[in-house]
Design a protein around this ligand. Structure first.
Ligand code: PLP
Length: 370
């Protein structure tokens, strides 16, 4: 029995993906044990933040890094760091700062909601978001025209939430930032590549610790030394409301270490095998058709795609999804295409044996329909 059940919550089987709403990641034993040990001792927090930043910077090949509670906090603290530029009395005034140079330029198709609005995180750091272009069309001239003495930084959001077509590519945006001598922040919250954006020339890059890295609730921003120093100083200001615990910092370090060493080929092969096993069994069920489908964005994720035949079953995919979710354990699937009769199962967050529980539950739901 999981501790969540002890306080009356339902057990969850996560077949949907890395979902913050479901607690993001499940930790490796090694990470969890390391966090337990970290919780038993004291640490000088300033030194820990400095040291952890240096260690992370080595993994991501940046000059320095600052640990945070997540990518959202990383954005707020990056913006605040750029606007206040190390001035402690300004740091204490954020977000209500009377400063001309506080505009942060963002492409309109990047002004998304990841669970909260990106522009709100900019505002939290004292920035004034300036959205340029249109939701599905932004050109370099839109960005250039918006730049003035008031511009503090540009921000680029790398995410499946963003409009993918018609935006100015990151390389071009970095070029514009360099030309005008303005820093550029990249939000790479869920990205798997921890070096790419630094190598491309971004000044600050924000990551979640609990997404691709599979760490605890945490995050970091990596980049130029001076800018990172200015981020860390926010712990004397707004950063206090986004304080990251010593256990989480140590868990993040352990998770990055494991992440950098993991054999992704082997993991992908195992995930494929599990999905193929489930495919074979689901195809025996009336009204369901299963096949393996690669991730739409081309990532190395092989999900099980289940098509629900409403003509045969008399119910649609949303009915099945609802039945899976309302049972105990509660089974979550990936439902972006449920309106066209498709349910996906993501192998990444499944634990050993979860595939069998999903199959049993599907069998029950189908037989109840007969
Ligand atoms: C998840 C996400 C965030 C927030 O990350 P946290 O680590 O949960 O704070 C920010 N931006 C994007 C694009 C995200 O996907």
């Amino acid at each position: 029995m999981e501790v969540y059940e002890e306080i009356g919550l339902k057990r969850i089987i996560n077949g949907s993906g890395k979902m913050t709403a479901l607690g993001a990641s499940v930790l490796d034993d090694e990470v969890a044990e390391y966090m337990g040990k970290a919780s038993k001792g004291y640490a000088d927090m300033d030194s820990l933040i400095d040291r952890a930043g240096k260690i992370i910077a080595e993994y991501v090949e940046a000059e320095d890094a600052c640990v945070t509670t997540g990518a959202a906090a990383s954005i707020a603290m990056s913006v605040a760091g750029i606007i206040t530029n190390g001035d402690i009395s300004k740091i204490e005034k954020i977000p209500f700062i009377d400063e001309d140079k506080k505009e942060i330029i963002i492409q309109k198709g990047h002004s998304v909601n990841f669970g909260a609005p990106i522009v709100q995180m900019i505002g939290l750091g004292g920035g004034e978001p300036i959205e340029v272009g249109q939701a599905n069309s932004v050109k370099a001239h839109h960005i250039e025209e918006a730049i003035s003495e008031k511009t503090a930084a540009l921000i680029y959001i790398k995410s499946h939430h963003c409009v993918q077509k018609g935006m100015v590519p990151l390389k071009d945006m970095i070029g514009i930032a360099k030309k005008h001598g303005i820093p550029i922040i990249v939000d790479a919250a869920a990205e798997e590549d921890l070096k790419k954006y630094i190598h491309l020339g971004a000044d600050l890059v924000a990551y979640s610790g609990g997404k691709a890295i599979c760490g605890p609730t945490s995050g970091f921003v990596a980049g130029k030394k001076e800018l990172i120093n200015n981020c860390k100083l926010q712990y004397k200001g707004i950063g206090r409301a986004m304080k990251v615990g010593k256990e989480n910092i140590m868990g993040l370090l352990k998770a990055i270490d494991l992440y950098s060493k993991k054999d992704s080929k082997l993991i992908i092969e195992e995930q494929k095998k599990t999905m193929k096993g489930l495919e074979k069994e689901v195809n025996k069920l009336k009204g369901l058709k299963a096949a393996i489908a690669q991730d739409e964005a081309g990532r190395e994720i092989y999900r099980l795609k289940i098509s629900v035949d409403e003509g045969v079953l008399g119910v649609d995919a949303n009915y099945i999804i609802d039945k899976l979710e309302s049972g105990n354990p509660s089974i979550y699937t990936r439902n972006h295409y449920s309106n066209i009769g498709i349910i996906y199962i993501d192998p990444r967050p499944l634990k050993v044996g979860d595939d069998e529980i999903i199959l049993e539950r599907l069998k029950e739901i189908i037989s109840e329909l007969a």
